[in-house]
Ligand binder design. Structure first.
Ligand code: GLN
Length: 244
């Protein structure tokens, strides 16, 4: 039993340490003796999404998103089928935007998204930049996520649930308090950081869902997360003061 991770477009989409998400996912598997291998998939490479256990798409600039959108469009049926049967996906920022219906650039050009989740994005006037604190419920368990955002796009959720609510930061659009989106086992978010090393509870949920989809025992051995918890706490305190 090996968990297979697909890192989509690692050469194009790797902003603000997004690759650290792959490192955190694989390392937390290895610490528990769960074998894991990472396949990098670049533009034009063949891909069978159903064969993967976890698929990761990072963030990128508008130019890279356009290139990626065309390549992804050719794979959309394959990806949709995998998502519908429970593929675990984490998509950050530009990758998250492209899972929705469309992303409208500042010059009005519309990049068509994959329509895997019911949201859309339009470029706003100013960029939303800075550290973010989000209250989320991860399969019924409350979690405080911290991360870093830097995006011009404003995302509106239509028929999809938010991943959480921003306590500090802009989130999806700087107005309605939502951050990210979740549909089945697909998690979209604006949080770079990288996200997973800063938020071990989310990493573990992704690992556990990947094991569950494979029909394996998904109870995870607890790890010593003292450093991770202190880092999360320090950032939350810096942004919120000493509120609990
Ligand atoms: N180009 C997108 C935006 O600015 C995504 C940027 C990113 O991935 N950080 O909204």
């Amino acid at each position: 039993m090996t968990l297979t991770v697909c890192h989509l477009y690692p050469d194009l989409l790797n902003l603000y340490g997004d690759r650290g998400n792959i490192i955190a996912f694989t390392q937390r598997c290895r610490w528990r003796g769960i074998p894991v291998r990472v396949m990098e998939v670049n533009l034009g490479d063949k891909v069978q999404c159903q064969d993967y256990d976890f698929l990761f798409i990072g963030g990128g600039s508008d130019r890279e998103q356009d290139l990626m959108a065309q390549d992804l469009a050719a794979r959309v049926d394959n990806l949709r089928a995998a998502v519908e049967e429970g593929l675990v996906v984490l998509a950050i920022c530009g990758g998250y935007q492209l899972l929705g219906k469309y992303y409208r650039l500042p010059d009005g050009t519309k990049i068509r998204g994959l329509g895997l989740m019911d949201h859309h994005t339009e470029a706003g006037d100013a960029r939303l930049i800075g550290n973010v604190v989000v209250e989320a419920e991860l399969n019924g368990i409350k979690a405080r996520l911290v991360g870093f955002e830097n995006h011009g796009g404003r995302t509106r959720l239509n028929g999809v649930q938010p991943l959480g609510r921003v306590v500090r930061g802009g989130g999806n659009n700087g107005i309605d308090g939502t951050e990210g989106a979740r549909y089945k086992n697909v998690f979209g978010t604006y949080l770079h950081g990288p996200l997973l090393p800063k938020n071990p509870a989310l990493t573990d949920l992704l690992i556990s869902l990947s094991l569950q989809r494979k029909g394996l025992d998904n109870r995870l051995e607890p790890l010593d997360d003292a450093f991770e918890k202190r880092a999360n706490q320090a950032m939350a305190e810096k942004l919120l003061g000493n509120q609990p």
